[in-house]
Design a protein around this ligand. Structure first.
Ligand code: 5GP
Length: 167
């Protein structure tokens, strides 16, 4: 198997199990903060269990037509004050960790009370970014090896996608 392929059902099950772990801790977020676009659908499923409002930011890897290696803000926290609030930052995958590390540094400038992280999938590989020590809770749906992950929301043909789980 040189790649992973997850269905919506598998992802929902993973989030459900991880939500139970979040609910068992003393961390109760004020907001679920989804990193778009990959974090949007996981955040929405998580909301079903945590029952907290979702706010969003969007990150791009393109500067106009030009691909960039560093994440850039496409949309940010322009009309919400998160100072003193507990934030659960949500993304679909921790690959090099560059995106999460960048977002955390930038979000910290808004002085939230706390930031915790939820990632659906964490790839075991050397990371380019690190979690600052202020991050006390990191919730991971599944630990995976370093292979490409096909997500259902990227599928042009969802039936074909669902027919090739973990081939
Ligand atoms: P980072 O390297 O900053 O952790 O991940 C950057 C972004 O690359 C992720 O948010 C995700 O959108 C994309 N990405 C990284 N690895 C994968 C993968 O295996 N599958 C998909 N679909 N996207 C990925």
């Amino acid at each position: 198997m040189d790649k992973y392929c997850f269905s919506y059902n598998q992802i929902h099950q993973t989030i459900s199990k991880t939500a139970d772990k979040i609910l068992a801790t003393n961390f109760e977020p004020d907001y679920i903060l989804a990193i778009g676009a990959g974090g949007f659908i996981p955040a929405r499923i998580l909301r079903t269990y945590l029952k907290k409002p979702i706010i969003t930011i969007s990150i791009a890897y393109y500067d106009g037509e030009q691909a960039t290696t560093a994440p850039k803000k496409l949309q940010w926290l322009d009309c919400i004050d998160i100072s003193g609030k507990k934030i659960l930052l949500v993304d679909e995958v921790d690959d090099t960790r560059a995106t999460l590390a960048y977002c955390i540094q930038e979000i910290l400038t808004h002085q939230p009370a706390e930031i915790a992280v939820f990632v659906l999938h964490n790839k075991h590989k050397p990371k380019k970014g690190a979690y600052p020590t202020v991050i006390k809770h990191i919730f991971v749906g599944e630990e995976l090896s370093d292979k490409w992950i096909h997500y259902p929301w990227d599928a042009l043909d969802i039936d074909k996608h669902d027919g090739r789980y973990n081939e």
